[in-house]
Design a protein around this ligand. Structure first.
Ligand SMILES: [Fe+2]
Length: 300
């Protein structure tokens, strides 16, 4: 096995290694260690068929299909995505953060890639957190954010997660907001939330926190969803096909005990005599989604 680091922040390419030899939990431990260390790892020139791809994924946990995007694959565990002109996964995101238990990791096979273009960029969310100033870290540690599946035309699928989550194994803190699925900081005024999210999302994508990978057919990539974001560059005009298996995750753990502050709606409601029902009628448009999420989950 030869390990070549690809950037300072994250990413390694692993050559002289056949993923077909990974058959047991013990074999998988080697890959788990590599993934924890590098956050995203690439294995060129692999020959796994869909059944072998699924079996490999199962060594890391339970698999889940994509909740909103259908595909023609006969294997429900495999999410297959075809594109020919960009326009796929081209906003920075962590996979499926609108779910209460967002996916732990993904294993992607590049089935067919354009001759040029269609690279994927990954960002290290722990490096991005560590580089913040202490006051900014302190504030972010105490915040939560609302995520939704609006990009899949399912805005009613929502979840609230800590803005800073802790990696279950390393204890490292990661900035857990992304431009694709994160809508709102729960404890802040809408304008404050917009400014902070805009800043954090831009911050995470600073070049020194990222790696850019140029694909070849039959490369397999593993990424850790709790510590990374990714984005496909839409600069291609020939066919690009990927197959992905997705490993189920747990509830993201905050970096400090939460709640530290009340939601902005609870802050606004404090001291009002007329209660939530009257408040809902006069609610600003920008606060309505948060209100709906709380009402659905009995948090009002
Ligand atoms: Fe993705």
């Amino acid at each position: 096995m030869k390990i070549t680091r690809l950037a300072g922040a994250l990413g390694a390419e692993i050559t002289d290694f056949d993923l077909k030899t990974v058959q047991t939990q013990k074999d998988a431990e080697i890959l788990k260690k590599l993934l924890t260390e590098h956050s995203v790892i690439f294995f060129p020139e692999q020959r796994l068929n869909p059944e072998e791809h699924i079996a490999l994924g199962r060594l890391f946990g339970n698999l889940e299909g994509h909740p909103n995007l259908t595909n023609a694959q006969k294997h429900p565990e495999i999410f297959e995505l075809h594109a020919s002109r960009g326009g796929i996964a081209n906003e920075w995101h962590t996979d499926l953060t609108f779910q209460e238990f967002p996916a732990k990791m993904s294993i992607l096979k590049m089935v067919k890639c354009p001759e040029y273009g269609g690279d994927t960029m990954f960002a290290n969310l722990c490096t991005a957190y560590d580089a913040l100033s202490d006051p900014m870290k302190n504030m972010c540690d105490g915040l939560t954010a609302l995520h939704d599946a609006h990009p899949h035309n399912k805005p009613d699928q929502m979840a609230i997660h800590p803005v800073v989550r802790v990696h279950p194994k390393t204890g490292k803190k990661a900035l857990y907001v992304n431009e694709h699925f994160t809508r709102r900081i729960v404890e802040l005024e809408a304008e404050e939330s917009l400014s902070l999210l805009t800043f954090l999302q831009k911050w995470v994508h600073k070049p020194q926190f990222t790696v850019r990978y140029r694909w070849k057919q039959n490369t397999i990539a593993f990424w850790d969803n709790s510590t990374t974001q990714h984005c496909v560059l839409g600069d291609f005009d020939t066919e690009r096909i990927i197959q992905r298996v997705t490993i189920s995750g747990d509830e993201p753990k905050p970096s400090i005990p939460l709640p530290r502050w009340e939601s902005i709606l609870h802050q606004q409601a404090r001291g009002r005599q007329d209660g939530w029902a009257a408040m809902s009628g006069a609610l600003a448009r920008k606060d309505r989604q948060l209100f709906q999420h709380f009402r659905k989950n009995g948090k009002l």
